[in-house]
Design a protein around this ligand. Structure first.
Ligand code: PMP
Ligand code: GLN
Length: 392
């Protein structure tokens, strides 16, 4: 038991940094969740209404028809996708469950699956529990371009799938259509599927467009697309996710879901269906608000002397730490700024399976303007103190 996959798994960095932040009462820009009050009021009202009305018993295993239709309609509206909601959409308890269902359903012991690092921390653990081996291919700063040659070189006869997280946590990268075309070609050449984690699909800035592999006709039946209400509606605790894929590919994933959770709370499904059908103004407003928050955080961090690259999408900005005097490793630095500056961040090493890249720390900007202003002021004061100490 002690050497089992979960026996050696440590507490997630998001949980442990949030605990530390609560303990020392720092501003928590670590774990990715919106500050209280940023949830859309009309969505909360829809959930209250659905709770009053019921029903409260098991909904259909695939999810409420209204939500599955809303997932398909939203994908048509924003991405031009044609989805058959009855056969191609499954509702899950968050993207975390959706990912686990995909790994359990599509991988067999001995299979390999490629992850692009930095990668979200739930992927490699569940892949191992499914008996498969994660094979990592790294993106390098400062541009974090897709290394297509290295990706192809990592494919072996055992490779079954590639996981693609776009927009990408923690680096805020949006994969371009050219990069996706390169991946699509590999799926065809080596007979692979792609599991696309697109939970940040509506958090895209500066007029950019989210592109999905599912829109490439030649790989339409090889792509699983995962979304989550948590990010789109600032309700990360709700855990309502959705999987879209060709009916044949979705079938075993739905069977995994059937025995992992079976269903997801019906009132929350009804509220998310309402949310996905909100007019464009909701989604435009979300992007506008998040753009302002990104600018507050990124501008403030740069003024405070942190090296921060462009953030195209997501909740997150990463700051390079190699030029900070006495920074130590990323984990030590995150603990240190929590205690000394009163601001919490996440060490990037948590997104590397080998935990051996310490180059950046990640800040979440899904917070009120006031919170972000206070956080960057605290960090600026802390950095001034560091420079002063370094000079003296
Ligand atoms: N994938 C990525 C890339 C994430 O950042 C997260 C966490 N927000 C998830 C999946 C999990 O999403 P959920 O909360 O819907 O399970
Ligand atoms: N996805 C969130 C993040 O990257 C964390 C979710 C979790 O704590 N499991 O911060």
């Amino acid at each position: 038991m002690a050497n089992s996959v979960f026996g050696v798994t440590t507490t997630s960095i998001f949980e442990s940094m949030s605990r530390l932040a609560a303990e020392v009462k720092s501003i928590n820009l670590g774990q990715g969740f919106p500050e209280i009050g940023l949830e859309p009021a009309e969505l909360i009202e829809a959930a209250i209404g659905a709770l009053r009305e019921g029903p409260h018993q098991y909904p259909p295993m695939m999810g409420l028809p209204a939500l599955r239709q809303a997932v398909a309609d939203n994908a048509k509206r924003w991405l031009g996708l044609d989805i058959d909601w009855e056969r191609e959409v499954l509702v899950t308890s968050g993207a975390t469950e959706a990912l686990a269902d995909c790994f359990l359903a599509l991988l067999e012991p001995g299979d390999e699956i490629i992850l692009l690092e930095p990668a979200y921390d739930s992927y490699p653990t569940i892949i191992r529990r499914a008996g498969a081996t994660p094979v990592q291919v790294r993106l390098d700063p400062p541009d974090w371009q897709l290394p297509l040659d290295r990706l192809e070189a990592a494919i072996t006869p055992r490779t079954r799938a590639i996981v693609l997280n776009t927009p990408m946590n923690p680096i805020g990268k949006l994969f371009s259509r050219e990069e996706l075309a390169g991946i699509a070609a590999l799926l065809l050449k080596y007979d692979l599927v792609a599991i696309c984690d697109e939970v940040y699909e509506h958090l895209i800035y500066d007029g950019r467009r989210h592109e999905t592999l599912l829109s490439f006709p030649e790989v339409r039946d090889r792509v699983v697309r995962i979304g989550s209400a948590g990010k789109t509606f600032s309700v990360t605790g709700w855990k309502v996710g959705y999987v879209t894929a060709d009916a044949k590919l979705l079938k075993p994933i739905a069977k995994a879901h059937q025995f992992v959770t079976f269903t997801t709370p019906p009132a929350l499904q009804a509220a998310v269906a309402f949310g996905l059908n909100l007019p464009d103004s909701y989604f435009d407003g979300l992007r506008r608000d998040m753009t302002r928050r990104r600018d507050l955080l990124v501008g403030g961090l740069r003024q405070a002397g942190f090296a921060v690259g462009d953030v195209a999408a997501t909740y997150f900005a990463v700051a390079a730490i190699d030029q900070l005097p006495e920074a130590g490793d990323d984990y030590a630095l995150c603990r240190r700024i929590t205690r000394e500056a009163g601001v919490t961040a996440i060490p990037i090493s948590a997104f590397y399976d080998a935990r051996n890249v310490h180059s950046h720390i990640r800040f979440c900007f899904a917070k009120s303007d006031q919170t972000l202003q206070e956080a960057v002021q605290r960090l600026a004061r802390w950095r001034e103190g560091l420079n002063w100490k370094a000079a003296s």
